[in-house]
Every structure is written in C-alpha cells, then in structure tokens.
Design a protein around this ligand. Structure first.
Ligand code: ADP
Ligand code: MG
Length: 219
C-alpha cells in the first residue's frame, strides 16, 4: 500500500486541501484510495461526507486511539493530520507513511514556523533521510509578491544533514477553485478543466513525484 502523509503543524497551511485533492487525483487514476482524517476538526471527513454520489468513491479510515482502521485492498492511503503535534505523535505519523508532503503558506509567520519545524524534523534522527521521503509545496501563493519570492527562495534552499536538498515541488496559487471544489466535496481535478487549467499545471510536478519512485524511501 502506498501511503502519503500531509503534514505541517501550522494550522491553515493547506493540509486538508492537499490531502483531499491528492486523494481525488489518485481515485481518478482508478486507484482504491482511502483518506484518513487524523484531525479532530474533521475537514477531510466532512469533505468525504458531502461528496456527490456520482463522484469516485474515496474510502475513509476510522481513527481510534491513534490507531487507524484501513479498509481492505486500499492501494493509496492519504493521511490528513492535525496542527500542533508533539514529538511523540509526530514520530508516530512519520512512521505511518512512505512520503510526506508539507504545504507552507506564503506569510512571514508561516515561513518562520516552517523553519522551526524542519529543524525539529531533522533532530528526529534518520527520519528525514531514510524512512520517509519529504517534499515541500508552497501554498496560497499570490504571484509576483515579495513574500511569494521569499517563500520560494526559502523552500528551494533547505539543506538536510545528509547534504541533500529537501525537494521543493511546486507553488500552488491562491485560488477560489480550491474553495469552490471543497464546498462540493470535490477536488480541482473534478472541476471543469478549462477553469482549473492553471491549477492543474501547478500540481503536475507534485503528482509526478508522488507517482514515481523518487517519492519512495530508499531503504
Ligand atoms: N491554494 C489555496 N487557495 C485558496 N484557498 C486555499 C488554498 N489552500 C487552502 N485554502 C483555504 O485555506 C483554508 C485552510 O486550508 P486547510 O486545507 O483547511 O488547512 P489545514 O488543513 O492545514 O488547516 C481553507 O479554508 C482552504 O479552503
Ligand atoms: Mg485540516
């Protein structure tokens, strides 16, 4: 089973938005996808609940006492996570996935929080380099702003203790498309291609990475 964790302890960074869109993308690829909402706020769970009957079925995983009950034959597991994780819960989440996607918002506060969190990740020995592949995504970017450029520069230059770069996948713009889709329990990949053309293009590097071996742990 392929497992993808969407995580950033900062609230509002776009975890649920990314998790639901990733889940929908792979379900459109014909995969049996389970979306596990590990956040008590339940945004992904709510999204699953309002999905139209004619949309591809995405399964949900129940979380009881930090234990996930994953439906049988799940091919792709997407984990949406809560904000403000302590080390113990963070380690547990990291242990549950092959790949982690970290969305970061273009704001000074979010960039500083991301810097602190990356340090914390690096201190959890070995995690970043071996057991899980991690990549960042800039989210809610308003292009041609100073802060967008600053975020891009920061994300593009994160070096890990093993000397490798933390891959920075893509910039996703701030777009009402995400909000309109979420309202209907859909993803941007289930909306009119003509309206979401630009957003789909921005997703491509991330989706290619998630579909390739490059996003799988090396050992
Ligand atoms: N790229 C985007 N463009 C516009 N709105 C976005 C985008 N990403 C997230 N949002 C909105 O920002 C809010 C927070 O996003 P959410 O995915 O719920 O973050 P988290 O799960 O990290 O708390 C939501 O209202 C969501 O619809
Ligand atoms: Mg959320």
């Amino acid at each position: 089973m392929r497992s993808i964790l969407v995580l950033n302890p900062k609230g509002g960074s776009g975890k649920s938005t990314l998790a639901t869109n990733i889940a929908s993308y792979f379900s459109l690829q014909g995969k049996k996808v389970t979306l596990a909402d590990c956040d008590p706020q339940g945004s992904s769970q709510d999204w699953l609940a309002i999905r139209p009957d004619n949309a591809n079925k995405i399964f949900s995983a129940a979380l009881t006492k930090d234990r996930l009950q994953i439906p049988e034959a799940t091919e792709i597991l997407v984990l949406d996570t809560p904000a403000a994780l302590d080390d113990k819960r963070l380690t547990r989440f990291l242990g549950q996935a092959q790949t982690m996607v970290m969305p970061v918002i273009a704001s000074p506060i979010d960039i500083r929080a991301a810097e602190r969190f990356i340090k914390e990740l690096v201190e959890l020995k070995g995690t970043v380099s071996n057991k899980i592949k991690i990549a960042t995504v800039a989210n809610r970017v308003r292009e041609d702003t100073l802060i967008a450029a600053k975020l891009e520069h920061y994300l593009d230059n994160i070096n890990l203790p093993n000397g490798k770069k933390l891959p920075f996948m893509t910039m996703l713009r701030q777009s009402q498309n995400y909000i309109h889709a979420a309202e209907k329990g859909l993803s941007i990949f289930e909306m009119a291609p003509s309206k979401t053309y630009y957003d789909r293009e921005q997703w491509e590097p991330l989706l290619n990475w998630l579909s390739s071996k490059r996003s799988l742990p090396t050992n």
